[in-house]
Design a protein around this ligand. Sequence first.
Ligand code: SF4
Ligand code: SF4
Length: 111
Amino acid sequence: MMDFGFKISPSSTINLDKVDLEKFTRLHEIEPDVYKCMACGSCSSTCPAGRFSGMSLRKVILDLQRGKEKEAVAMMKNCMLCGKCTMVCPRGINTRHLILSIYRIYAEDEK
Ligand code: SF4
Ligand code: SF4
């Protein structure tokens, strides 16, 4: 094949009908506020860990809803639990508590 100096990225299409949301449903039971997130990104833009590690709570929540649990848990390891995102969330979500609940449910497989 001719080398054009660039490649087409692999498809990132997700079939949401096939995503297993069992854990996200459990998360919603203990953290109903997770559905209040409107993916505004205020948490990500204020996160002190974001600049150095790419930590983004907005992306974590979206990834969990898309079944990309491994990526989300890996990103969560960069969180310092400083609570800064809780102060800026326009939906009043206790994001720090949400992060701890995500850990409790999603990281249990790694124990
Ligand atoms: S600041 Fe709140 S509403 Fe906005 S993306 Fe973060 S968690 Fe969601
Ligand atoms: S609690 Fe975690 S996600 Fe929120 S601002 Fe602090 S380091 Fe970032």
